[in-house]
Write a protein that binds this ligand. Structure first.
Ligand code: CP
Length: 308
């Protein structure tokens, strides 16, 4: 089954079904194999991807750029900070309208909590891909992470996925919950109770870290999203030792974990995990980054209808 993404936007995972997602995994895998064997040399210099970020990023913005390079596209990539006309009062929506007027064929956008953009992103005249929107979702991150798991374990329906930490404020968690539910993957959560919403508690089981690590087949610790909190200074969890004692993965408790440990990054070592975990045999963090490029390459290729 085709992915159904030709000329379409990808702002959430709502419109993708299981077969379309598996098709994207197959496509990303083919692209990865071609790249590794030096057979990925397309020239699509008549097409341009514009990457417009209103929030900081290392992995997502870079991986969309590298996805563009993989496809032989022209790549325009800009972090819109105070050095752009935002400083003169131009809105995010007007900024996007003007970038689209420059002539790209597809747009990737990251934005913060913006009700205006939420309403307008699907109305632009070219396809728009979310590179992360506020705390609502980060669909390409979730797809890249599940692709990383799928490369190791094709029977993904049987997995038990534990999200640890600030699940309630995390857009990665929001997209993972949406994605994993489509596959019937069991969900578990572990983190400060005050950051778990009642809706979340209906979607998965709650665990202590030790119980959760014994139960799951994949563990994903999440960064505390302080920028989306209103209570950083008053939260009792704004205490690294206390947080790490309850929710930190370390060289001892990782032994309880049967499968891989992933993180969407960035990681605050000493909070959600100890530094030594970075080099642990179960840690897949850099594989996620690498595979994220191939997943985004597949997504852009599908949207633009490119043959590789
Ligand atoms: N995972 C992720 O979104 O990382 P960046 O913020 O660096 O893009």
């Amino acid at each position: 089954m085709p992915s159904g993404l030709k000329d379409q936007s990808l702002l959430s995972l709502a419109t993708l079904n299981k077969s379309q997602i598996l098709n994207l995994f197959e496509r990303a895998s083919e692209i990865k194999n071609k790249k590794k064997s030096g057979q990925l040399n397309p020239n699509n210099s008549h097409k341009t991807v514009a990457i417009v970020f209103f929030e900081p990023s290392t992995r997502t913005r870079g991986s969309f750029q590298f996805a563009g390079f993989n496809l032989g596209l022209n790549v325009y990539s800009q972090y819109f900070d105070a050095s752009t006309s935002l400083i003169k009062g131009e809105s995010e929506e007007d900024t996007i309208q003007n970038v689209i007027a420059l002539g790209p064929d597809v747009l990737v956008v990251r934005y913060n909590e913006s009700h205006t953009l939420d309403k307008s992103l699907d109305k632009f005249k070219i396809p728009v891909v979310s590179g992360g929107g506020g705390s609502k979702g980060h669909p390409t991150q979730a797809l890249g992470d599940l692709f990383t798991l799928w490369l190791e374990e094709k029977n993904i329906e049987k997995q038990k996925f534990l999200l640890v930490g600030d699940v309630g404020h995390s857009r990665v968690a929001a997209s993972h919950i949406e994605l994993l539910t489509k596959f019937g993957i069991e969900l578990g959560f572990c983190g400060p109770d005050e950051w778990m919403t009642p809706e979340l508690k209906k979607k998965g089981r709650l665990f202590s870290l030790e119980e959760g690590l014994k139960w799951c087949t994949l563990c994903m610790p999440l960064r505390i999203q302080w920028e989306r909190h209103e209570d950083r200074d008053t939260s009792r969890w704004n205490n690294q030792d206390l947080y790490f004692e309850h929710f930190g993965v370390n060289a001892q408790n990782i032994k309880l974990l049967k499968g891989p440990l992933m993180s969407p990054g960035p990681i605050n070592f000493g909070w959600e995990m100890s530094y030594e975990i970075r080099d642990h045999e179960k840690c897949r963090v850099l594989e996620q980054v690498e595979n994220g490029v191939f997943m985004r390459t597949a997504i852009l290729a599908e949207i633009l209808g490119l043959k590789l």
